[in-house]
Design a protein around this ligand. Structure first.
Ligand code: CU
Length: 99
């Protein structure tokens, strides 16, 4: 029983992870990403044209303009789901689910 409790506590304090979303070919890869609260999401632009990853709903962030090779980090603080777009190319869509 004590071992079980310790395992439970170890699970609750699992170290946060870092997830990467690559922007290439005018798309977000992966387009849908599921993370845990406390995890970090990194967007990196692999295209030669600038992009953004901008969420304007309840969960908000804006990478601003990312030029080729530029990265931007976001720490997921609250559970929820957020859709985001590239403000330069509104046909580019992504989604982040925070659990
Ligand atoms: Cu774009």
């Amino acid at each position: 029983m004590i071992v079980g409790l310790l395992l439970l506590l170890a699970g609750l304090t699992a170290p946060p992870k870092t997830h990467t979303v690559e922007i290439r070919g005018m798309e977000f890869h992966p387009a849908v990403l599921t993370v845990a609260v406390g995890d970090t999401i990194v967007w990196i632009n692999r295209d030669i044209v600038p992009h953004t990853a901008t969420a304007k709903g309840q969960t908000r962030w804006d990478t601003g303009q990312l030029v080729q090779g530029q990265v931007w980090r976001y720490v997921a603080r609250r559970a929820g789901a957020a859709r985001y777009v590239c403000t330069f190319h509104p046909t580019m869509h992504g989604k982040v689910v925070i659990r």
